[in-house]
Structures are given as C-alpha cells and as structure tokens.
Design a binder for this molecule. Structure first.
Ligand code: OOG
Ligand code: MG
Length: 263
C-alpha cells in the first residue's frame, strides 16, 4: 500500500472524528477541491487502516452505491460507487440501532450476496458472479453521510466510504439460482405504513450486473472480492430517513423480509 500523505491523514482523522462524535461536517472538497476520485478511493483504505489501529476493525465485504438512475439523479451524479464494509457495521434484527450514535441515518432495501470464491479480473461476467455466490439474503443498509445535510460531490461521498454506517441481514439465505434476482419486488414500511417500493431491476438492471461492475472497478486497482465477503448490491429504492422509535421492515419477493428498530 502506498504511503499516506499528511493531507490524507488529515482527511481521514476529520471523517473518523465526525463518525465517532456523530456530528455532521463540511464536505471535504470545500477544503480540498483538487481531490481526485482515485485519491478518494485511497482514503477508504486509509480509513480502514486507521480503524484497524484504533479498534481492530476488519474488512468483511463491499457495498455498492448509486446503482440506480433514481439515486444518481437524487444525488446529482452519473456513476455508481463502492465502499468497504467493516465488521463493526454489521447489526442485527434483534438489537436496536442507537440513533444517538448516528447523525441523520437513512435506511435502504438491498440484496446481500455471500461470496463462496475469490473473484478478480476485468473479464468477470454476471454468470461468474452468480456462480461465485453461495447465498443471497434480504438486507437493510443504514447510510449516514458524515456531511452536512447529506449533500456531497462524488469525490466527497467516495472519501466518506460511501456514507456506510450499519447493515442488517435477514435470517433467510437462499442459493442465488433458486430465485430470479433480476426481478425481485420489494416493499419497505416504516411503522406499518408503506415508505418505499422498488425492484431489483432498478439496480443497474440486475444486482449481479452491479457486482460485475464493482469487480471490474476493483480489478483496475489490482483488487478483487474474497471468499467470505458480504456484498451489498445497492439500494432498490430511495433511502428512507428514520428516527428513534421507528421500526422498518423490508419485504422482498421470494427472499423473505428483514427488519430493524431504532432506539
Ligand atoms: C451514498 C450511498 C448510496 C446506495 O445503496 O445507493 C448507497 C449515499 O446516498 O449517501 O449506499
Ligand atoms: Mg446502499
């Protein structure tokens, strides 16, 4: 890994402190307008390395973001992104999410993939992704941009590890070839009322297409997915803001449901 510069160290400390203190901060590009997307991806690795030293944090997978046209438009960008899943982001259905530890969290319905093999290379196909997947499961991702008002440029959001905060995986896991992953309908409710509906087709046409895109991006940086990795393939609808006292359930065709409660 390349040596970290003072600028990178400063940005990592800045974003890490925002997350730890659960306070929103001014976006990084206001102070560093010259920051590139490549440097922003480097900062994700730097943040993980910093957390490893601070808390023993490990990488457990990857999350894709802005995979739907709707989300790209909502955020005013025109490409997808990926971030690193850390072991301390994994949350559970039976354990309330603590609002006080977060800034302005939002929930997103997603499909999680559990990798059974390493996957690396610019020639990987959707079929390779499906063949390398042991299980798929319903998931809720909790995003919590460290930036003021959840507003950022593409470079900012990548540097902030794509707003990653927590994720919850449902308890029903199925083999990916038992379901039509390109056409899974989803309804998400908040406190019993429908808050969002969507389809896995919104995720770049098919979630495996989104993961294939990510594998190609990783390959260009000399990286790949690892056996045992969990991959969140991207939101199937817009993100829903929630508060303490809210409960959210996402129900997926053929995949079952996943729920969370926020205290
Ligand atoms: C960036 C992360 C988006 C998704 O699934 O699209 C994301 C953001 O919207 O803050 O995780
Ligand atoms: Mg997401």
């Amino acid at each position: 890994m390349s040596l970290i510069t003072n600028k990178e160290k400063e940005i990592i400390n800045y974003l890490y402190a925002a997350e730890q203190d659960a306070v929103e901060v001014i976006k990084v590009t206001d102070d560093y307008p010259e920051l590139t997307i490549e440097e922003a991806y480097g900062l994700q690795d730097g943040l993980l390395a910093h957390k490893l030293v601070e808390n023993g944090t490990k990488k457990i997978g990857l999350k894709l973001g802005l995979t739907s046209k709707a989300k790209q438009e909502m955020m005013g960008v025109n490409e997808a992104i990926y971030g690193v899943l850390h072991n301390d982001m994994l949350a559970y259905e039976w354990e309330p999410v603590v609002h006080a530890q977060l800034i302005h969290p939002k929930a997103e319905p997603e499909i999680a993939f559990f990798m059974d093999q390493d996957l690396k290379g610019a020639d990987i196909t959707e079929e390779d992704v499906i063949n390398a997947t042991k299980y798929v499961a319903p998931a809720i991702e909790i995003i919590d941009s460290r930036y003021k008002d959840f507003k950022f440029t593409l470079v900012d959001v990548v540097a902030d590890n794509c707003s990653s905060a927590k994720f919850i995986v449902g308890s029903k896991w199925v083999s990916p070839d038992t379901v039509d992953l390109g056409n899974i309908g989803m309804v998400m409710t908040k406190n019993g009322k429908v808050a969002a509906t969507g389809s896995s087709a919104a995720v770049l046409g098919h979630p495996a297409t989104a993961i294939t895109w990510a594998v190609h991006q990783l390959a260009a940086r000399g990286k790949g997915l690892k056996k045992g990795d969990i991959i969140l393939s991207g939101a199937m609808s817009g993100a829903i803001a929630f508060d303490s006292g809210d409960s959210i359930i996402a129900e997926f065709d053929n995949l079952g449901s996943v729920s969370m409660f926020c205290k």
